[in-house]
Design a protein around this ligand. Structure first.
Ligand code: SAH
Length: 221
């Protein structure tokens, strides 16, 4: 009976994922590489068992520790912005690994992902989830306060921040490679996705979509 049920569930998840990707396309995600990456990651492996049936809804879901797994549209939109007119993401730093979902999507697009998380239990969960999803070899996890970046692996071609800060952490600016791009939700009350590009002469800042993220916090838990 278990053997008969398993392929059925796998097909149902694959269908739900295909529907999710079709909706992302309708909502304006155009980058085929980004859509393929979201199509390849089994999001149901990253959500709590009781919420598995909602894994492919385009919604944020609770992760535990008062954190949420990012909404698929926001993950897709952020990566699309970061990729825009570039060959690839290159060496990528993610701040706020949470359950590891976005790290797994990033790992579909680049071979070098560093993911930092300040809550130990979530970091452990992210590691288990990545192993279940089969993408652990491309992601290196670090238990640290991401506001300090990851100096030992810098500079980064891409920095993606999954929690909102009132202003850009200076360490993240310093650790961005020349020609690199960082995207983060910026603002204390109202938040906006903000793209920062490091040019030879200056950092170029572009304010984009209004968003709603959990706050970027200090220290470890
Ligand atoms: N990327 C996750 C989203 C996680 S929500 C996903 O794919 O679903 C944001 C995460 O940022 C939370 O897990 C939170 O603990 C973490 N976070 C907040 N402040 C942080 C900091 N200073 N350093 C590292 N992680 C941080």
């Amino acid at each position: 009976m278990t053997r008969a049920a398993a392929p059925g569930a796998a097909t149902a998840y694959a269908n739900a994922r295909a529907t999710m990707v079709r909706r992302l396309r309708e909502q304006g995600i155009h980058d085929e590489d980004v859509l393929a990456a979201l199509a390849a990651v089994p999001r149901h492996l990253f959500v709590e068992e009781a919420l598995v049936w909602r894994a492919y809804d385009d919604t944020a879901l609770p992760l535990g520790s008062a954190q949420t797994i990012s909404q698929p549209f926001v993950v897709a939109r952020m990566i699309e912005i970061l990729l825009d007119r570039r060959g690839g993401l290159g060496k990528t730093l993610e701040i706020g690994a949470g359950c590891g979902y976005q790290a797994a999507v990033l790992a579909q697009l680049t071979s070098e992902v560093y993911a930092v998380e300040r809550i130990a239990s979530l970091l452990a969960l992210a590691k288990v989830n990545l192993r279940k999803a089969g993408s652990q070899s491309r992601v290196r996890f670090k238990y640290a306060d991401g506001q300090l970046g990851l100096p030992e692996a810098a500079p980064f071609d891409t920095v993606i921040v999954a929690a909102a800060a009132p202003r850009v952490p200076p360490a993240l600016l310093q650790q961005l490679a020349l020609g690199g791009r960082m995207l983060l939700p910026l603002g204390a009350g109202e938040q906006r996705l903000t793209l920062i590009e490091r040019r030879a002469e200056a950092y170029l800042e572009t304010r984009l979509d209004g968003v709603r993220f959990v706050p970027l916090l200090s220290g470890l838990e």
